[in-house]
Structures are given as C-alpha cells and as structure tokens.
Ligand binder design. Structure first.
Ligand code: PLP
Length: 457
C-alpha cells in the first residue's frame, strides 16, 4: 500500500491479512495461504487456537501485568519450572524476556557478569559463527555473522571473533568426519591466536535456522565445540530462539546430540505467535556467582509478566497434550521425503537439509560446482513470490556472503496433519515448476539474444 505509514523494507505490496485458522491464513480478498513457515518460524501451534485464547483470557481477567521486582506471579513461577524440566534439569535458572534478541542480549550480559564475578574481567570477547543470525539489537548483532546486517554498525558493535562452522554440502575434505576435525582445529587455532583467556563464551545455534537455511552442525562438531569451550574455560551459549520448543522434534535441538550448554536462549515458539515471550536459561552456579556479586545488572519492563508466562505455559501444555514432538518427527519425515522427491526433478536444487519440521532448500546456479546464483538475481524472492501466488508461505533468504546460495525454509506449524503436508508439497511443486520454467525462458532468451549476428554480406 503506497499510502501506508508503515515501513519495513523495499519490496512488493503485501496482501492484507483477514483471519487465520490452523495452518491457513486468509487475506482480505479471500485468498487462502498455507502457512508453510509458521510466520517467522514462530507460530508453531498454528493459528486461532481456542486453548491458548482461553488461557490468555483467563489470565487477563486475573491480572495482565505485574513488575517482577514487586510481585512473584504464579504463571512465571510455573513456566520457569516447566522450562527447567524441559532441559531435564540441566539448567536450573530462568530469566524471562520478550524476544529472541533480548534473550541473546541477556545471555551475553550474564556471561560477561559471570566472568567478572569469577575474577576474570580480562575475558571480553565472544566467539560465533559466520554465517549466523542472533538478533537485531547491537549486542546480538555483534555476534551475528551476516555482512549485510552488520555493515552499517561495525563501528558500534562489540564484534565477536567469527569462525566458520562445518559445511557438509560444499566441503572438499576426505569425508564429513575429516571435515569437522579440520574445522574444529581451525577454530582452536583462531581462538589461540585471539587469546583463550580473553574469551567469555562461544555462541551458536545447534541447528542452523534462517541464516544458514537449516544447516546441520552434527554431533561430532557440537561435542568438539563443547570440549573446546571447556579447554578454553569459556561458556557455551546455545541459541535456540528458533529451534526451541519442539521445532526439531525434541524440546530443544541440543537434546539430539547430548551437548549441554551453560546458557540457553529460546523465544519464538514459546509464545507461538500468541504473545511475545522468551527466556534465558542458565546453570545455577553461574547465576549464584552473579547474584552474589551485586546481582544481574539487566532487565526489561515487560519481562516475565503474567500474561506472557500464562501464554508460554499454555503452549507447553498443548505440545505435551497433543504429542506434538511425535507429530513433528512423523510429519518431518513425510516432508523430507516430499522435498527430496521435488529436488530430484530440478538441477537447481542444490541441497535439502534439516531436522524435524525445520527444512532448508538451497538453490544453486550450477549443481556441479555448487555455485550460488548471482546475488543480484534475487532467486530467493522469485521462488517465494511464486509459492505465495500458489497459496503457500515459505521463508526466504538471499545468498549469504558467497558462503551459501539462496535458500528457503519450509517450517510449518508443529500441528500440521499428513494431508496438509501433502497440500504444502503440491503447492510447492507447482511453484518450483513455474520457477524452472522461468529459468528455462530466461536461458532461451539469453541463448537467442547471444546468437552471433550474421556477418553482413
Ligand atoms: N536468534 C535466532 C537464532 C533467530 O532466528 C532470531 C530471529 O530470527 C533471533 C535470535 C532474534 O529473535 P527476535 O527476532 O525475536 O528478536
């Protein structure tokens, strides 16, 4: 809408949403869209849920907001206990926030206050991966590895040491294990060069989200990073803003690998699109040290309010009651099989990867060399627009600093049913066929226009 006061990014005019139910959204013209990416990988329970509505209304009728330094509130206590339980007791303390960026910001600040409290104030740097995304506030941006987002702010952020993670699609090593061992050795060398005694913590997503197109890191790598953090004496922060609360088929993605973090952040799926709520979880001894050294110098007004926490509790109850972790695994297998079948049809699908209901599809210009499409061609946007025309929402990402190609995520709500996965795949199949045709048309035009002209006689 050209007369809109709202500004986001240059882009096409958006349809206006009317209403939603289950995995479907309707715009004001009556067109239906299957939510194949759960909004921003956040509406994990689908739309229009009466149980969440009722829990929220019941809490609204009691009290919506209290400030955390004035009252304890039962939903916050219960949600805190529930989250600790979901980590099997590995992390015992919880700090609430309202978003993923705030959760990351809180983790970085708690980690820093911990090293100060343990007489290691010389630890001033974080280590993180490139590519990665950890949020949009300046602290979270400092540990984010994605040049277009970082560029305007490099002189304002406290930039972390950025290292490469494993890339099981493009590596040239003898095998995956050899690749992981080389990446770990290079990471160790980078940390040694920077000074291990200067590192506060390593932060990473145990399964890549939007920034890498669901790139898996694997058990060998994650265990290697855990061991490296222990050697260096720094903390391990796992960012499960996107993967937490069941997205990969376990409550948290680290539970696939048995790699226990010192600090854990989660957000999107906790409020499931119904209310903004996130959490930082931490080891008890870390929190005790900080609290004994003057307390945690940090906090947000809306953090841990009763309405937010009642929403989070209702979300966890729904995941349990409806056995959505099981559904995520089963529907994830169905989705994977369908995506792989579609991928076989088109040479420009370079890689399909993921876990549970978190799937990434990477597009390449040349499958033999795995060369990404030129960045300016915006293939990610083209295929996403075609999918939307076909009534399917997918989550797009542009070429990443030449490290990975354009990709899109397929991350439907954890509630999706088998027949709906079928509909999703049909619509995606139609969008992919149209994308393929567009590429063929372009190639035909290019071939035609690049025909050598006949020499004049
Ligand atoms: N960390 C990860 C892994 C994310 O995917 C995101 C958001 O996409 C964030 C942090 C930031 O979360 P928010 O957008 O809620 O601030």
């Amino acid at each position: 809408m050209t007369d809109s006061p709202l500004f986001y990014q240059a882009g096409p005019t958006l349809p206006e949403v009317s209403h939603a139910d289950g995995v479907t959204l309707w715009d004001t013209r009556g067109k239906a869209y299957l939510d194949g990416c759960s909004g921003a990988i956040s509406c994990n329970l689908g739309h229009g849920r009466q149980d969440i509505r009722n829990a929220m209304l019941a809490q609204l009728d009691r009290v919506a907001f209290t400030y955390r330094t004035q009252f304890e509130n039962a939903p916050a206590l219960a949600l805190g206990r529930a989250l600790v339980e979901l980590t099997d007791g590995a992390l015992e303390k919880v700090f609430f926030v309202c978003s993923g960026s705030e959760a990351v910001e809180s983790a970085l600040k708690l980690a820093r206050q911990y090293v100060v409290a343990t007489d290691e104030p010389q630890r001033r740097r974080f280590v993180s991966l490139r590519p990665s995304y950890h949020g949009s506030t300046l602290g979270a941006l400092g540990v984010t590895g994605y040049h277009p987002l970082e560029a305007p702010f490099t002189e304002l952020t406290h930039a972390s040491l950025k290292v490469a993670g494993p890339d099981f699609y493009r590596h040239q090593d003898a095998d995956d294990d050899a690749h992981v061992d080389r990446v770990l050795a290079e990471t160790r060398t980078a940390i040694e060069a920077a000074g291990p005694e200067s590192i506060i913590a390593f932060i990473l997503e145990p399964v890549g989200g939007a920034s890498t197109g669901a790139r898996l890191l694997g058990e060998r790598y994650l265990k290697g990073i855990r061991a490296l953090c222990d050697d260096v004496g720094c903390l391990l922060i796992l960012d499960e803003v996107l993967t937490g609360l069941g997205r990969t088929g376990t409550w948290f993605a680290w539970q696939h690998y048995g790699v226990i973090p010192d600090l854990l952040v989660t957000a999107k799926g906790l409020g499931a699109g119904y209310y903004p709520v996130g959490a930082l979880l931490a080891r008890d001894d870390i929190v005790s040290k900080v609290m004994a050294n003057g307390g945690f110098q940090h906090g947000h007004t809306y953090a841990g309010n009763p309405l937010a926490c009642a929403t989070g509790l209702a979300v966890i109850e729904a995941i349990r009651r409806e056995r959505l972790l099981d559904n995520t695994r089963a529907r994830g297998e169905q989705l994977e099989a369908g995506l792989r079948t579609l991928a076989e049809r088109y040479p420009w699908v370079g890689h399909v990867r993921g876990l549970g209901l978190l799937w990434g599809v990477e597009l390449v210009a040349d499958p033999a060399t795995r060369q990404p499409f030129p960045a300016g061609q915006n293939r990610f946007a083209q295929i996403t627009a075609l999918a939307k025309e076909e009534g399917l929402l997918i989550y797009p990402r542009r070429t990443l600093d030449g490290v990975a190609g354009d990709h899109f995520l397929v991350t439907p709500p954890l509630t999706i049913r088998a027949q709906e996965v079928g509909t999703l795949l049909e619509r995606l199949g139609r969008a992919m066929a149209r994308f393929d045709q567009a590429l063929a048309d372009e190639a035909g035009t290019a071939a035609f226009t690049s025909q050598p002209k006949e020499a004049p006689t």
